[in-house]
Design a protein around this ligand. Structure first.
Ligand SMILES: N[C@@H](CCC(=O)N[C@@H](CS)C(=O)NCC(=O)O)C(=O)O
Length: 257
């Protein structure tokens, strides 16, 4: 049987989408990427999945959404190299860490980030519309004032208390990886697993790792540099950078659409 054509439907730079990108690249799976603009993405993603969240991966006719389900599907289809430890206790721990990062840390990091990024509309629109035709980029930027309140709400930037809680949860997650990575640098068992992939992906925006899928476009506005500086010396961001350097393979994708 022919290998299915695999397509990732994503947002550029998004940390939940980074989990799917990393999984595909870790498994060495050739795929194409369709990059949608947050906001206008809704009808396309809803038609494919019945909901609006990305990432979405199409394995031929089979469509999967949700980063954890996509990684599960990849593990089933491409077991080598593995993302799940052999040892049942390590495996359970890896999945629990992923579930915690997905439910708590991902949304918190996003809220902390958007609490500043929403005040840099040129930069924000430029990141999400990277690679799009000039007219699309201009229209996206022009529509931003209308989209801003929706984006604020969608990313949890609803009150100062919510923002403060998001920063605290981000700090706690960085403390967690620094305290739990162990001598070998892994959060569950003795090798790289879905726990490390999930934690490093969802914390990546705190440190601007040196990888084409997550390294921020230059120049980075001063307010975002200040935002990044908060965690520059944290051992948790050192772990994220190290994990990228050791385990984040080069993209196996054809150029983003
Ligand atoms: N738990 C989901 C979270 C996905 C998520 O929040 N995706 C965001 C991008 S970071 C999104 O697509 N938001 C737009 C929407 O939900 O319409 C996962 O792991 O995939």
């Amino acid at each position: 049987m022919d290998a299915p054509t695999i397509e990732l439907i994503q947002f550029c730079y998004s940390h939940f989408n980074e989990k799917a990108r990393w999984g595909l690249d870790w498994k060495g799976v050739p795929h194409s990427r369709r990059s949608l603009l947050p906001g206008p993405h809704m009808p396309t993603v809803r038609r494919l999945t019945g909901q609006t969240g990305t990432p979405v991966v199409r394995f031929g006719q089979h469509t999967v959404h949700g980063s954890a389900r996509i990684l599960e599907e990849l593990e089933a289809r491409y077991p080598d190299p593995p993302l799940l430890p052999d040892d049942p206790a390590d495996r359970q721990r890896a999945l629990e860490i992923q579930a915690h990062f997905d439910a708590v840390v991902g949304p918190a990091v996003r809220c902390a980030l958007f609490s500043k990024l929403l005040d840099e509309p040129d930069y924000l629109c430029g990141m999400f519309a990277a690679g799009k035709p000039r007219l699309t980029r201009s229209l996206y930027r022009a529509s931003f004032p209308l989209a801003r309140p929706l984006m604020k709400k969608a990313n949890g930037v609803t009150s100062q208390a919510a923002i403060d809680a998001a920063f605290q949860a981000t700090d706690a997650a960085l403390d967690f990886v620094a305290a739990n990575a162990g001598d070998a640098g892994y959060l569950a068992g003795s090798d790289f697993s879905v726990a490390d992939l999930a934690a490093a992906s969802l914390l990546a925006v705190c440190t601007n790792p040196d990888h084409p899928d997550m390294k921020r476009p230059e120049p980075i506005p001063a307010s975002m540099q200040t935002w990044l500086a908060r965690w520059a010396d944290h051992p948790g961001t050192a772990w994220v950078r190290e994990t990228y350097a050791r385990h984040r393979a080069a993209p196996r994708a054809t150029p983003s659409a």
